[in-house]
Design a protein around this ligand. Structure first.
Ligand SMILES: [Fe+2]
Length: 297
C-alpha cells in the first residue's frame, strides 16, 4: 500500500474554548465555516480542514487520516489488509461526510490509534486567510506535517507501519533523556510515505497520557517561526522546548504544549528528500543546536 500523506488529525478535548484561541491566535489556523457545535475544524490550506477538535471527556489524539491516491489505491489497500488478516471497517456515509472524503476505511494500530485510510478529499475554495497573519503552511501533497506516536511496543508498531501501512524507513535514533533517576533511553523510528517530507510518522518508545507525543506543522520561513514564538509568549503558552535545529530532518523549530497536553512542533526548513537518492540513516543526536527541553511547571 502506498500512503501519500497525513491529511488530517482528530483531537478530543475537554477544553474546546482553549483550543479555539490556541488554534487561531497562536498557531494561526483558520476556522472552517462548516463548524458544528462541539467541533472546531481548523484549516491550513485549501482543504476543508486539517485539524478537527472534538469536545469530549478527555484530551487525546482521536484519529489520524492518511490519504491514498484514488479509489483503486483504496481497493488495493482493502485487499492487502484482508490478505494480511488485519481487521478494518468500512466508514459509513455519515463518517465520510464528516471527514469530507469520498470513502474511508478505519483500522487500529497496535497503540490503539484510530487510523483512517481514504481517497477523494474535498477542496475548500474559500481563500485561506490566517487570523494571525501566517502567510501559509507547508502542506499540499506533503500533508499536514508529522505525528510522533507513543509506541511502547516499538517492534510491533514498527512492523505495523512498515509492513502493513507501507511506510519507508528514514532514520532511527536512540533517545537519551532526563537526568538522575529520571534518566531513560527510548528508540525512535522516523518513517516516510510517498512524498518528500523526511518523516510523516515517528514512533517513540515511551507512553504518553494523551496518545500523541507531538504534531509538527511547518511554515515557509524562519520569520514565521519567530512570529509564532512571539504569539506563544503573548498568550502565555507553555514551551516544551526552545528553538533548535534537528539533525535528521534539519528542521528549525520549537515545541509548545497544546491545550490537550501533547506538544505542537512549529518549524520551518524541513528536508524534502529525494527517496531515489536516499539511504536509511541512524542519528545519535536529536539536534545540532538548541531544543533545550523544559520541565513542566
Ligand atoms: Fe518532530
Amino acid at each position: 500500500m502506498k500512503i501519500q500523506n497525513l491529511a488530517y488529525v482528530g483531537i478530543e478535548t475537554e477544553n474546546l474554548k482553549a483550543w479555539r484561541t490556541f488554534g487561531t491566535k497562536v498557531l494561526g489556523l483558520m476556522l472552517s465555516e462548516s463548524n458544528e457545535d462541539n467541533l472546531l475544524k481548523f484549516r491550513m490550506d485549501d482543504r476543508p480542514y486539517r485539524i478537527a477538535v472534538h469536545k469530549g471527556n478527555k484530551d487525546c489524539l482521536q484519529y489520524a487520516g492518511f490519504e491514498l491516491h484514488d479509489k483503486e489505491a483504496l481497493e488495493e489497500a482493502k485487499n492487502e489488509l484482508k490478505k494480511k488478516k488485519i481487521k478494518f471497517t468500512l466508514g459509513n456515509k455519515k463518517q465520510a461526510k464528516l471527514r469530507e472524503v469520498e470513502e474511508l476505511i478505519i483500522l487500529s494500530d497496535p497503540i490503539g490509534t484510530q487510523i483512517e485510510l481514504f481517497y477523494g478529499r474535498s477542496l475548500d475554495y474559500q481563500r485561506f486567510i490566517s487570523p494571525a497573519g501566517v502567510s501559509s503552511f507547508v502542506t499540499g501533497e506533503m500533508g499536514i506535517g508529522h505525528i510522533v506516536l507513543p509506541a511502547t511496543d516499538l517492534k510491533a508498531n514498527h512492523l505495523f507501519y512498515t509492513k502493513v501501512l507501507g511506510f519507508g524507513e528514514t532514520d532511527f535514533m536512540q533517545f537519551d533523556m532526563g537526568e538522575g533517576d529520571q534518566q531513560f533511553s527510548a528508540g525512535l523510528h522516523f518513517l516516510h510515505c510517498n512524498n518528500p517530507r523526511h518523516h510523516t510518522v515517528g514512533l517513540f518508545e515511551a507512553p504518553h497520557p494523551n496518545g500523541l507525543v507531538h504534531l509538527m506543522i511547518e511554515v515557509p520561513d524562519i520569520d514565521e517561526v519567530g512570529y509564532a514564538l512571539d504569539r506563544v509568549n503573548e498568550y502565555k503558552i507553555p514551551l516544551q522546548s526552545s528553538l533548535g535545529r534537528h539533525t535528521n530532518d534539519r528542521m528549525i523549530s520549537f515545541y509548545m504544549i497544546s491545550p490537550s497536553g501533547f506538544a505542537i512542533e512549529y518549524g520551518c526548513g524541513g528536508w524534502q528528500v529525494d527517496w531515489e537518492e536516499f539511504t536509511t540513516t541512524v542519528s545519535h543526536l536529536p539536534s545540532i543546536w538548541g531544543h533545550k527541553f523544559q520541565a513542566p511547571d
